[in-house]
Design a binder for this molecule. Structure first.
Ligand code: BGC
Length: 271
């Protein structure tokens, strides 16, 4: 069996959306360490994106910050153009950008509904479409990967766990799940691998309220059989594997990285 003697993403060009903080920032840095050149997409925090770019460069990697709102078609196309100008081709997309706009259902505004669907679901559609177009136009480069391109859709345990008070978010992630699988089915014969990652509770700004006080963290841990809150690196390591040829036969799968959150932990002492 071949053993890796070089970084698993060496020579590959990867675009990570929502990479200025949280899970995206963790993935961008892990990709850099794994040998990929990385596009660090951000929408509103250029300084944080530059910090991630510098972190990658300081360890000898290549990276560039790219501003775009993933829900805006023109901005997404411009971002891919800029990425192509800098790196020549694209091998990997991590469609990671995501937001929450939480509200009790009766009080949820149309704007809160739309904004979450626009970023979390339509944003992934726009970025994945652009990536597929480029994968097909540029053709395979067997010296970097067996696949003609790889897409990782960032989902959530809430692609299967219903979530009161977050109906817009859960609907967006349920949508991501079937978008990912339908797209995977459509483009596998073209050599493109599409998969998803479903993180559980990861310590990032999006869910700060759920872990920032000891009481909140204790309550959160009731939902996590493995007994700890996840870190961005937990997701980043899974993303490196899913983007590399080590997972070459993995197509259309959601990889749950959740410390057991989807194991119905309420049944541990009940039922
Ligand atoms: C949400 C977090 C939440 C986690 C587990 C994620 O998709 O963005 O706010 O802590 O799911 O419920």
């Amino acid at each position: 069996m071949p053993v890796h003697v070089h970084p698993p993403l060496r020579g590959q060009k990867a675009l990570v959306t929502g990479a200025s903080s949280g899970i995206g920032a963790g993935i961008a840095q892990a990709f850099g360490a794994a040998g990929a050149a990385v596009g660090v997409n951000y929408r509103s925090h250029p300084d944080e994106a530059e910090r991630i770019v510098e972190a990658i460069r300081s360890t000898g990697g290549e990276a560039v910050a790219l501003k775009a709102d993933v829900s805006n078609e023109d901005e997404v196309r411009a971002m891919f153009r800029a990425f192509g100008t800098t790196f020549g081709r694209v091998d990997i997309l991590v469609a990671n950008s995501g937001i929450q706009q939480d509200a009790a259902f009766a009080g949820m505004t149309l704007d809160q509904w739309r904004r979450v669907i626009d970023v979390n679901l339509t944003g992934q559609f726009l970025c994945a479409r652009e990536a597929v177009r480029r994968f097909l136009a540029q053709g395979r480069d067997p010296s970097v990967s067996r696949a003609a391109g790889k897409i990782i859709c960032m989902s959530s345990v809430h692609e299967v766990i219903p979530w009161a008070g977050h109906v817009n978010y859960a609907a967006s992630k349920g949508g991501v799940m079937l978008m990912m699988k339908s797209l995977a089915q459509e483009v596998a014969e073209m050599g493109i691998r599409v998969n998803g990652i479903a993180p559980g509770a990861i310590r990032t700004p999006i869910n700060r309220e759920a872990w920032e006080t000891p009481e909140a963290e204790r309550k959160l841990l009731d939902l996590i059989p493995y007994g700890r809150v996840g870190e961005p690196e937990d997701i980043a390591k899974a993303a490196v594997w899913l983007a590399s040829d080590d997972s070459d036969y993995v197509v259309g799968t959601t990889l749950f990285v959740d410390g057991g959150m989807t194991l119905y932990p309420g049944f541990r002492d009940n039922g």
